[in-house]
Design a protein around this ligand. Structure first.
Ligand SMILES: *Cc1c(COP(=O)(O)O)cnc(C)c1O
Length: 355
């Protein structure tokens, strides 16, 4: 039996920004989804209510020990006017996996999916229509028990907020410069690198700031043990085309299992390309660049879909990729995924869920 979602509508509606004025994550819609958890009751009272501040005790566990997880996905308005979520089940599954790692009680996947579809359905008018724009969906779970001891909390809030976001590449895709860091690490084996949890982001800020001050857009993380193997790029998964092989690090526990990563791998395998999920030493990457066989490098993630990398800086050496221009496969992947998201290309895998 599926639990009903209670709906309380906002009496005052916000003014919606113009598509051309959209940025990322600054404007939120009129409503949010909320559900509570208490040890005795389990998850209860799923509801949609007007968007607004959460009330929380200053002793709430999340504010001290960071017991929290989140996910991020998008809804797109197709050229046909219909709104589609991209692979929401996969994001729900990942939110539950992240929860498990952080000792957060799992959501019912059916209800979690329904929370996304219901909320986006109610806020359909907020989904912008210009190509490249979308409605960003942010499900989050935080521990809100007022208790300063260190153990899993006994109460939680699950909530979902929505933000209309602008085109990631309003001026076209420009390959970015990335600094390979060997001074800091993002995650280690056995840690929480494969969970989508805020602490991974907090841990990444210092290195990212240093890289920005040095003129780079983001950092490329190496493995935490030997600082020898490629892990992720910023908050994206990384893929490299070396000769005719496409390589990406395996899901060995330190990197996030990106939904865009999975989508890109699926498409490339269908296209008959040679794709390997294997450890990639940064020295192998540098050697390929020197030899001229490092043909393309790109990041994958919900925000940008595909983000071309034009240059990697490692130990003072500049490794320029494809003369700093966007590669053919990078472009093809971007177009293929975006086509499915906006409903301009067939969706043979059933990745999109109409709202
Ligand atoms: C969210 C995230 C990604 C990308 O995952 P998608 O599902 O493709 O959006 C990659 N790496 C990290 C660290 C992330 O947090």
């Amino acid at each position: 039996m599926s639990e009903p979602i209670r709906i309380t509508r906002a009496t005052v509606k916000k003014q919606k920004p113009k598509d051309s004025e959209l940025t990322f994550g600054t404007v939120f819609t009129d409503h949010m989804f909320v559900m509570n958890f208490q040890e005795e009751k389990g998850w209860y009272d799923p509801r949609v209510e007007p968007y607004g501040p959460l009330s929380m005790d200053p002793a709430a566990a999340v504010l001290h020990y960071a017991q929290a997880v989140f996910d991020g996905l998008k809804a797109f308005r197709g050229r046909d006017g219909r709104v589609r979520l991209f692979r929401p089940q996969k994001h729900v599954d990942r939110l539950i996996q992240s929860s498990n790692r952080l000792c957060i009680p799992p959501l019912d996947p059916e209800l979690a999916l329904r929370s996304l579809v219901t909320l986006v359905g109610l806020e359909k008018d907020w989904v912008p229509s210009t190509v490249g724009t979308s409605l960003y969906v942010r499900p989050t779970i935080v521990a809100n028990e007022a208790f300063l001891g260190v153990r899993p909390a006994k109460s939680y809030i699950y909530y979902v907020i929505l933000s209309p976001v602008g085109a990631y590449y309003p001026e076209g895709m420009n390959p970015v410069k990335i600094l390979v860091v060997d001074k800091y690490v993002r995650a280690v084996e056995g840690g929480v690198g494969s969970a989508k949890t805020g602490v991974n982001y907090a841990a990444s800020l210092f290195a990212a700031e240093e890289a920005k001050h040095a003129g780079f857009t983001q950092v490329l993380w190496l493995d935490g043990r030997e600082r020898k193997y490629v892990d992720e790029v910023g908050t994206m998964n990384i893929m490299l085309k070396i000769g005719d092989e496409i390589v990406t690090p395996p899901l060995s526990g330190t990197i996030l299992a990106g939904v865009t990563r999975d989508s890109a791998l699926t498409l490339m395998r269908e296209w008959g390309l040679r794709v390997a999920e294997r450890p990639i030493a940064i020295d192998e990457v540098a050697a390929a660049a020197r030899r001229g066989t490092l043909e393309e490098v790109w990041g994958t993630g919900t925000a940008a879909v595909i983000s071309p990398v034009g240059e990697l800086a490692y130990k003072g050496e500049r490794l320029v990729i494809n003369e700093g221009k966007i590669g053919k496969l990078t472009r093809k992947l971007y177009d293929a995924i975006v086509g499915i998201q906006y409903g301009t290309a067939p969706d043979p895998h059933g990745w999109t869920v109409p709202v």
